[in-house]
Ligand binder design. Structure first.
Ligand code: FBP
Length: 553
């Protein structure tokens, strides 16, 4: 394997740890904290997860003497989409396990949760992990989206963990993967098995977030990478003055990435899906708003600009959201029938179209052919529509162009409209983790070990105080079941981890809303540049604007 110079130098970076984890990890104990958390669906969840619901948040404390020094055997799995910092979570678990006892062992399941079902593992050694420290990607063991959900799959997972003599299984994933972690915990507990299950919050989308999980890892690096790219496009557009750029950004549901990038780059327009939904805006309303900005700038002879579009928008537009829900329900209720049409995508599509309600049928027929086809594409194993594969940026661009033509014909628009579309998603998921993500992930790895050593199960690693210097971060664990709610999946109500959407009364959105009218008309672009790994604190170690505004200093 050949390494770039940055790759080589970056491997030497020593991630910072919160004070409490930086001394003797084998002397770290837990302290239960009584939070006044009245879960609104307590009764329902207690019934579904009788053995694991109702545990308390714990924070770590240094004890005067060693309390955990027995060797531990731990398995881990990377689940779902790649997020910068995954390798540092593994490095953190590895180093802390070895510090507790050099005979501890760490095994990575290959290719995501399917690796557990197929019992495919790789033992992580010092030589191996040293090669992956502070690098992006999940390529050390790979990832996948297989869902472990049936009793048969839970049993298989249990048998594999037992045969490997694991004390614990760490699931590094997003909301769906950690939902599965909660059920696996319940299953192991029901079988009286002493194998603990720990979750680690991963997703660039930033939507696995509560008061106790202030950020999911990867969000910082991904948002900064996209912001660099957007800044570059902005500067190009301001230099050439001839294109409008429509940029779709990842974020399957929530618009956190788009909002953060907007705060970092001050584009002319950024659509926030949660606002569209709350205002019950139709697709045409969204288009009219964008066209108005293009028109005003065009009438000022500024025929260029940048529009940010979250990839999840399509599901938040009420009429399209209802259509997608209907398609999902039809797919969920008719799994066997649909499966019998495998290889006959036209027949499958026709069947779906014929079974839509009259209102959804009208919406469906109003959409361009490419969007129709993309809406009917396969769902992911968790039943989600694959929004990354829907070209919303092209849909918006073409509808804005159409609207501008109408405005021109009405004599209201005097500018020229030339446009380009972009999708920034995969470009940011495997970047070298920023110092924030490198430190955060390494610390999360230590937290996972501390939870395992304390014999806790069904917990997600939690670090609070993230807007402060690393030494002041407060590490601990939050019961996964506390994060759960019930939601419709594949047309049926299921317990899942609640997705944290952009809060319209939160500081990040309010800051954006206060400034956006000015950014729309004036050219106020800001250029964050590339992530810096070395140099002054304010360029290397600054958290996202979202985190700073949400948590303050
Ligand atoms: P996770 O929720 O698994 O972290 O994935 C996030 C994400 O990057 C989304 O932003 C995007 O919609 C999706 O994954 C793309 O999935 P895939 O990698 O399967 O194309």
């Amino acid at each position: 394997m050949e390494y770039s110079i940055l790759d080589k130098i970056r491997k030497e970076y020593k991630p910072k740890l919160p004070e409490c984890l930086s001394r003797d990890i084998s002397a770290v104990g837990v302290e239960e904290v009584n939070l006044d958390t009245q879960h609104p669906e307590k009764a329902k969840l207690k019934e579904i997860m009788p053995r694991t619901f109702g545990k308390k948040y714990v924070k770590f404390v240094q004890k005067p003497e060693k309390i955990n020094s027995k060797p531990l055997s731990v398995g881990f799995v990377l689940s779902g989409g790649q997020a910068p910092g995954g390798h540092n979570v593994i490095a953190g678990i590895f180093d802390s396990l070895k510090k507790i006892n050099p005979d501890s062992r760490l095994f990575g399941f290959l290719g995501g949760p399917q690796g557990i079902l197929d019992d495919k593992v790789m033992e992580i050694t010092k030589e191996i992990i040293d090669d992956y420290r502070n690098t992006g990607g999940f390529d050390l063991v790979g990832s996948g989206r297989t869902k472990i959900e049936t009793d048969e799959e839970f049993e298989k997972s249990l048998q594999v963990c037992k045969s490997r003599k694991l004390d614990a299984l760490v699931i590094i994933g997003g909301d769906d993967s950690n939902t599965n972690a909660a059920f696996l915990t319940e299953y192991f507990a029901a079988k009286n098995e002493n194998i603990t299950v720990i979750g680690v919050p991963k997703t660039i989308d930033g939507d696995l977030k509560t008061d106790l999980i202030e950020a999911s890892f990867g969000f910082d690096t991904a948002a900064k990478t996209y912001s660099e790219l957007i800044g570059n496009v902005e500067r190009d557009s301001k230099s050439a003055k001839k294109y409008w750029h429509f940029i779709k950004l990842m974020g399957r549901s929530a618009s956190h990435i788009t909002l953060e990038c907007a705060l970092q780059t001050q584009p002319n327009c950024a659509v926030i899906s949660e606002e569209v939904k709350s205002k019950n805006q139709s697709l045409q309303n969204v288009i009219d708003d964008i066209a108005k900005i293009v028109m005003q700038r065009g009438n000022n002879k500024e025929n260029f600009g940048v529009v940010l579009i979250p990839e999840g928008l399509i599901e938040f537009i009420p009429e399209i959201g209802a259509l997608i829900k209907e398609i999902n329900k039809l797919l969920g209720d008719n799994e066997e029938l649909i499966a019998s049409m495998v290889g006959e995508s036209k027949k499958q599509a026709l069947w779906l179209i014929n079974n839509l309600s009259p209102s959804s049928s009208i919406v469906f027929s109003s959409l361009p052919k490419f969007i129709k086809e993309q809406l009917l594409m396969d769902r992911d194993p968790h039943g989600n529509v694959q929004v990354s594969r829907i070209e919303t940026e092209k849909l918006v661009e073409s509808m804005v162009e159409k609207r501008l033509l109408q405005l021109k014909q009405a004599g209201e628009y005097k500018g020229k409209f030339s446009s380009m579309t972009h999708f920034f998603g995969y470009e940011g998921r495997c970047a070298f983790p920023s110092n924030f993500d490198a430190d955060y992930c390494y610390s999360l790895g230590y937290c996972a070990t501390a939870l395992i050593a304390a014999g806790l199960t069904g917990y997600m690693t939690s670090i609070t105080g993230l807007s402060k210097p690393v030494s002041e971060w407060v590490p601990g664990g939050v019961p996964i079941s506390l994060l759960m709610t019930t939601e419709e999946r594949k047309g049926k109500m299921k317990p899942v981890i609640k997705k944290a959407l952009v809060e319209l009364d939160g500081a990040p959105f309010k800051t954006f809303a206060k400034n956006r009218d000015e950014w729309a008309i004036k050219t106020s672009f800001t250029y964050p540049g590339a992530i810096q790994y070395f140099g002054p604190d304010e360029v290397c170690n600054k958290p996202t604007i979202t985190l700073t505004l949400e948590k303050g200093k």
